[in-house]
Design a protein around this ligand. Structure first.
Ligand code: ACO
Length: 328
């Protein structure tokens, strides 16, 4: 096996907020039905943060679990990287708030903004800085999409949820880590999935608040078509670059945006559905949070064992996409 980049995953963790919002709850909020949401998306319920809870709070809880599983003190970490598009504040980064929460000043901490592909972008960044830092690195994917969702827009609110997942990677001489990693983006399609206001293009004003321009605006149909193509193509490229056959994949962990997108990606990449971990039913689309949460769930349930080959694939706003094959 030829390794693109070696690292060892030494711990994982996840956190989902306590409050649960079911499809039946949503029936009382917008003109929709449990049946429509389940058949069109696969989502049955989602977790929602408290008013006083932010993205870093979720990451800190997931980080504590990952550190415990790794048998590591927070002080052993060499860097913190958070994939998110719903940061606590535009600055400081969520990474810095996580560092404060873990009480480990001094080490580098930063965010990666790549929407639903955020975790794969963060993992790629983390694995490449590992060679210079040479200490365990905390990589998180986390989003509190409920705080940037228009709860009167049935086209988006039925999809979204909140949650965080953490993976700790460490340097290793063992044959494990990335066999391949593919990342891509097409900024010309950014308007199809965007939170228009709150940045320097459209700073907050009474008008932006009145027009709900601080919430996710999405052309669902268009996003769907691009997601199927880009996620499928990235998965095919990652399998090819790894020099393996699709049948050799032990478990596929896709971004969980819509079960129909996952099924179409499996067909395109020739990865069987029974080797695909689908968790969207109980948490919805948590953007950068879905892959690490599903990965931690798969490890906890014994669906991923040491030396297994795992395929990740994601697609999100930007547009951005990514796929990688790693040996656990
Ligand atoms: N309940 C009931 N009916 C609905 C709902 C709803 N919640 N939403 C839309 N409809 C209706 C539409 O009005 C339309 O009715 P019409 O035919 O009378 O006009 C009909 O259902 C079909 O609408 P479509 O938009 O064509 O439905 P589609 O099958 O495309 O499903 C969905 C919509 C679920 C949004 C799908 O397009 C999708 O999953 N897109 C990808 C979304 C995604 O992955 N986004 C990532 C966002 S997260 C991030 O990056 C931060």
């Amino acid at each position: 096996m030829k390794f693109f980049r070696r690292f060892k995953i030494i711990g994982t963790g996840s956190y989902l907020p306590e409050k649960v919002l079911t499809n039946f709850d949503l029936e009382k909020m917008v003109d929709t039905s449990d049946e429509w949401i389940r058949t069109r998306t696969g989502v049955e319920k989602r977790h929602i943060v408290r008013d006083d809870e932010a993205t870093s709070d979720m990451v800190i809880e997931a980080a504590k679990e990952a550190l415990k599983n790794a048998g590591l003190a927070a002080s052993a970490l060499g860097a913190i990287i958070v994939g998110t598009i719903s940061p606590d504040t535009l600055f400081p980064s969520t990474g810095c708030w996580v560092q404060k929460g873990l009480n480990i000043p001094g080490i580098p901490a930063f965010d990666v903004s790549a929407a639903c592909s955020g975790f794969l972008y963060a993992l790629e960044a983390g694995s490449s800085v590992l060679s210079s830092i040479a200490k365990p690195i905390l990589i998180a994917g986390a989003d509190a999409l409920s705080k940037i969702t228009d709860w009167e827009d049935r086209g988006t609110c039925i999809l979204m949820g909140d949650g965080a997942g953490v993976v700790i990677i460490a340097p290793t001489d063992e044959d494990r880590g990335f066999l391949s990693s593919i990342l891509g983006a097409d900024g010309s399609l950014g308007e199809l999935l965007v939170q228009p206001a709150g940045g320097t293009r459209m700073p907050a004003s009474h008008e932006t608040v009145d027009k709900k321009l601080h919430t996710i605006q999405m052309k669902g149909n268009e996003v769907f078509k691009h997601a199927v193509r880009a996620m499928g193509d990235a998965a095919v490229a990652a399998i090819e670059q790894a020099g393996i056959d699709p049948e050799e994949i032990d478990l596929f962990i896709p971004h969980q945006a819509n079960t129909r997108i996952i099924e179409a990606t499996c067909r395109r990449a020739r990865v069987p559905l029974d080797k695909t971990h689908i968790t969207i039913g109980w948490h919805g689309n948590m953007s950068a949070g879905t892959i690490p949460v599903a990965f931690h769930d798969a490890i906890s349930k014994g669906l991923v064992k040491r030396d297994d080959l795992v395929l990740f694939a994601a697609f999100g706003g930007g547009f951005t996409w990514g796929a990688s094959v790693l040996r656990f």
